[in-house]
Design a protein around this ligand. Sequence first.
Ligand code: NDP
Ligand code: GDR
Length: 329
Amino acid sequence: MKKALITGITGQDGSYLAELLLSKDYEVYGVRRRTSTPNFENVAHIQNDIHWISGDMTDLASLIEAVRQSVPDEVYNLAAQSFVAASWPQPLATGQITALSVTNMLEAVRIAKPEARFYQASSSEMFGKVAETPQTETTPFYPRSPYGVAKVYGHWITVNYRESFDMFACSGILFNHESPRRGLEFVTRKVSDAVARIKLGLQQELRMGNLDSLRDWGFAGDYVKAMWLMLQQDQPDDYVISTGEMHSVRELLQIAFSHVGLNYEDYVVIDPQFVRPAEVDLLLGDCAKAKEKLGWRLEVGFEQLIHMMVDTDLERVKRQAAVEASVVV
Ligand code: NDP
Ligand code: GDR
């Protein structure tokens, strides 16, 4: 039985990856940090199948201990301060968690189980002000946020440990991927949640930032399969994972609102607080290498993804409203 250690397991990708590895009969270990209120929503259904290890990405000792306890064959380093907009008000925390902590995790592996295979969650945000379109593994980086800068560090330190210590370390350059488990502040989920609330009469408007930005959005369930595939190859390497399709935030709004019979223009208000100090105008990935070498394929398309998110939020918001209505005060 193979063993995998996942950081960031309570997040969107960590939960889908844990499900995938459990379905392949892995023994799954998850690093979770202490939080003052529970954050188990994404993993509640599998929490008894996971070996939990207390740790924090900024605490090297805890990560070494996590590797010692789990003795993993594969390490998936998904933990990060992952919200781009929060990286301007919290640039140093973002640097500590999203950049330097990658070295913490690599050091923990190098010290405690150097032959373990290592996956680093790199990002299309590294391309930022894009030098070419579509972006590939060889497109130069020009990050546009403290988050993007931190991810460039994480990418190169992963490459460097591969080259310096002969570690099996891979960097997956993943374009935006979404799901009903996406954090509520990211644009797709913010929209699907708002559409559900507006449809049910619980919200009147939706305040948004830049509607013109273009993203290459896929489904998280498809993308975690690529992470696993990267660690099953004979040689470690870096791969772009994307859909090869680009849509604007405006199109996202149009698809999500029209799915419930509404017109987004009747509800959306532009609010400067959601406009970023520097924007990534467009991202479009070319994942030909992953298709050819990993045999990776997409299953869920953009419209299907947005419909899935809206439908799931409609059900969830309905359930919550029913519970609140039944509470006798
Ligand atoms: P989420 O924000 O949903 O999850 C982030 C995870 O990191 C959470 O489990 C969080 O724990 C954990 N974490 C944050 N800080 C620490 C810390 N100091 N110590 C321990 N754990 C910590 O992100 P996603 O699942 O969407 O993304 C996974 C990874 O992939 C991230 O590194 C992200 O930057 C990267 N990525 C994501 C893309 C996407 O479109 N989703 C695209 C490209 C890259 P807690 O629950 O306690 O907050
Ligand atoms: P992104 O995702 O920054 O691409 O990073 P996000 O969903 O936050 O933004 C996408 C685009 O939508 C525009 N936008 C808004 N965004 C948010 N969150 N809220 C708004 O109200 C709003 N209005 C317009 C943004 O300006 C942006 O252009 C995600 C994260 O998962 C990163 O961790 C990951 O590395 C990258 O994707 C690839």
